[in-house]
Structures are given as C-alpha cells and as structure tokens.
Design a protein around this ligand. Structure first.
Ligand code: 5HY
Length: 248
C-alpha cells in the first residue's frame, strides 16, 4: 500500500524525521511518501498556524489523489483539516492525535498528554472532547518548548519532555503517556525507557491504524457529511478548486 504521511508544517527536517519514523514502523509492502505543503508555517503553535496549515494539508491530499494513494496520515497533533481532508478522498485519513488517543485508550484506563507549548494544549483539549476521550485523559501537560527546538541538536527539549512525563507519571494516576507533537516521532522508546510507562506516539500509531483499515478494505464513507464537496465556483487564489468534481 501507498501511504502519504503529511507533515502540515513546512520544516523539511521534521518531515524527514516523521517519514523515517513512519517507514520504520510500517509493514513490509507499505511505501511511505512523506510530504509537506509548499506554503505555510514552519511550525504550528497557534490557532492561526493551524488554520493556515489546513489548506496545505488539503492540497497535499489532492496531490495524493493523483498518485494512487491508499491512505493518508496528518502528522500534526492538532489534526488540522482532518474532516475536510476526508471529504476529498475514499481512502482512510488518520490524524495523529485521534490515532494516539485510540491506542492509549486500548492499553490504559487513564492517560496524560505531554505536548510542546501550553497555548496549544487547548487544541488537544478540544480534540479530546470532539473525539470522546475527555474521560480517558487526566491532564494535557506542556514541556514549554517551541516546536522547532525538537530539531535543534543539544537543545533542552528532550530533557524537558522527560521531566514533564515523570511529573505526569507521579501525579496523574495514569497508565500511559501520549506524546503531543509530530516532531516527537523519534523519541518514543527513549522516553518510555526513562519514564518506565508505555508511551504512545501519534505518527506510528496512525501508520498502523491506516494499515489496519486498508487491510479491512475500509475507506472513508462517501455517504453523508464526508461525501465529496459539492462542485461550485471558487474565486481568487482558490479558483482552481472550481474544477473539483464529485464523481470520483
Ligand atoms: C505538531 N505543531 O505536531 C504540532 C504540535 C503542537 O508543528 N507539529 C507542529 O505543539 O501543537
């Protein structure tokens, strides 16, 4: 199967890292195509960044539809553009936050999330509510690190994440930890060893869920709200979307 893993920010080093983590966990026969939008924020740390990156995600899905993609992963913990992306394809589209919540709820009765900045914590809170995992999650914590510190060798990022995970282990009464950023895709094992708890990471969880759905022959339903968008004229920079058809 051909799996398109979309990093919604435009930092190539992070896209590479996410792609490598996805290919490492993928089953033999799964080809991971790691991409990022041409336009958008280098990191996503606010509602504004999130909204702009969502358009880039949709453009990457439309590009993937031209390349025979079997499934998509949106590799940002806000799951930007997830439902809109599902409207554009029959293939499964998995957001890393939703995937991580599902996986964590299958291995623990309570988990905590450790994300980058407290200001983006609210986005994870909203998703917990939207996806119905509010009662499973004890706390959304933040290591208070900018997203791109995860790309800086020698930065304090890993140490701060491990410290926050230890606090979650000791204070939250949980059985597992969810890492709240796509840029943490390569840290799972290291953090689990240091903290001594199961650590769930969204990119790798989403890859396995995508493979499971394709293996089950399941795709995005075109019956109801996730049907292809109704064709209509678009103006200005979005005029090209006037060509979108819904008979695919
Ligand atoms: C992410 N930002 O996964 C989110 C994490 C966050 O650029 N990739 C980003 O802090 O919300």
């Amino acid at each position: 199967m051909r799996l398109r893993v979309i990093n919604p920010n435009t930092t190539a080093a992070m896209t590479r890292k996410i792609g490598e983590a996805a290919q490492r966990i993928a089953a033999p026969g799964t080809t991971v195509v790691a991409t990022q939008p041409a336009d958008g924020p280098v990191s996503i740390e606010s509602h504004f960044d999130e909204a702009i990156s969502a358009v880039g995600v949709l453009e990457e899905v439309l590009a993937g539809e031209q390349e025979g993609t079997d499934a998509y992963v949106i590799a940002c913990f806000g799951d930007p553009g997830l439902l809109a992306a599902r409207e554009l394809t029959r293939a499964p589209v998995i957001g890393i936050a939703e995937a991580a919540f599902h996986a964590a709820s299958l291995i623990s009765t309570r988990f905590s999330v450790v994300t980058t900045l407290s200001r983006t914590g609210i986005i994870a809170e909203h998703l917990l509510e939207q996806y119905g995992f509010r009662h499973h999650c004890r706390r959304v914590r933040a290591a208070e690190i900018p997203v791109l510190d995860l790309e800086e060798d020698g930065s304090a990022a890993l140490g701060r994440i491990i410290d926050e995970c230890r606090r979650a282990r000791d204070e939250d009464g949980i059985g597992a930890i969810v890492l709240g950023c796509g840029g943490m895709a390569d840290l799972t094992q290291r953090i689990s060893q240091e903290v001594g708890l199961p650590v769930v990471e969204g990119v790798t969880a989403a890859v396995k869920l995508a493979e499971a759905l394709v293996g089950l022959g399941l795709g995005t339903s075109k019956h109801g709200d996730l049907a292809f968008p109704r064709p209509k004229p678009f103006t200005g920079r979005f005029e090209s979307y006037s060509q979108l058809s819904n008979d695919r």
